[in-house]
Design a protein around this ligand. Sequence first.
Ligand SMILES: Cc1cc2nc3c(=O)[nH]c(=O)nc-3n(C[C@H](O)[C@H](O)[C@H](O)COP(=O)(O)OP(=O)(O)OC[C@H]3O[C@@H](n4cnc5c(N)ncnc54)[C@H](O)[C@@H]3O)c2cc1C
Length: 389
Amino acid sequence: MHPIVLTMLKTLPHKDVVLLGIGHTNAHLLRMWRMHPPRGARLTCISDEPVATYSGMLPGVLAAQYPPERMEIDLARLTAAAGARLVIGGVTGLDLEARTLIFDDRLPLRFNVLSIGIGSMPAFDGVRVGDGARLLQIKPMQRFFARLDERLRRALADRADAAIRIAIVGGGAGGVEVALCLPAHLKRRLGRDVRFDLTVVTADERLPTGSLPQTARRVERILTGRSARLLKGRRVVEVEGPVLSLDDGTVVEADVIVWATAAAPPPLLARLGLPTDARGFLLTHDTLQTTSGAPVFAVGDTGTIAGASTPKAGVYAVRQGPVLWDNIQRTLSAAPLRRYAPQRKFLRLLNTGDGRAIGEWRGWSFEGAWVWRLKDAIDTRFMEQYQAR
Ligand SMILES: Cc1cc2nc3c(=O)[nH]c(=O)nc-3n(C[C@H](O)[C@H](O)[C@H](O)COP(=O)(O)OP(=O)(O)OC[C@H]3O[C@@H](n4cnc5c(N)ncnc54)[C@H](O)[C@@H]3O)c2cc1C
């Protein structure tokens, strides 16, 4: 072979790394690739949307503290800067033997290493949904505000002069922050005099789930101080139009039902033919590699480490980023993989929508304008890594 052809062949990428879903963990890999592209490898990113969103700032957008673009990552720009390909498309399956991802609208895509991080959906376990027209899921977050405003517009038309009834189902960090920040959005969109009733339904006794008792007291004080009705220790068992039936016989009527329950697996995961946990999330070793034995990783909410009880939360997805980056490089060079150890404690910060926030850290609960400034600084710094030009 001619020496020039030989040199060209040597420098051409011969390993394909593919990221399916650009959430908190895979986005870190993309950022690192931009700074240190591995030799001889090509990166392809697949997303269902042209932008990725950061849930930590969604409540701030809701409270009009940020414009929507502050929570968005422009994937075309980020992939271009990293020299990666971006595919906006619908993956429908995985051929593990052929090492290809299958699409409904394009040719299969080959990979040598794959990382799947498509997040999660809110759970509907044990809930009968008849007429679900008033249901509003937060995900996909990219279109949450358009869907919310459309639902509010209809509610306003239906209710004439009566108060708009809003129910938030789910008392995790997401549901609580939406409950705290939604009033500011309603006033901005529908006028300062808008009348609304807010009800929060949670299966747990504490708001947010798993928080310290002092934190829950702070959250409940603020919500009840804003006239919200809190229905704790109860589950919604049926949704029929505006009627929510709870397991204790309580009936709640709502024009807008924000569904923010615990994480459930996106339906695509069941079609990939990979090992799953009992709920349907992809089962991994503590290296984040799936237990399939193939060079396929599952990260963020999408993966469950066998034997670990790590909650589905963004803070864990973020910390997995450096381990994934390391392990993908190790896979490319056939080196042993590194283990990921989930952090035991993390700083929890809740935006209260009024220039203040509630926080907890290692058994301490605190609150104030300085907590909001801390949250703003952390989130802004995080997003600057992905938005810097
Ligand atoms: C309002 C709100 C507030 C929250 N606050 C906190 C908090 O304070 N702290 C915390 O730890 N957690 C919080 N969470 C939970 C946190 O958002 C999730 O745990 C986190 O987003 C999980 O990250 P991920 O990367 O796994 O998934 P995601 O961030 O959901 O990213 C998945 C990506 O994959 C894309 N995708 C989905 N399906 C496909 C597909 N089929 N093909 C291609 N791409 C696809 C999505 O568009 C998305 O960009 C909050 C959630 C909400 C809704």
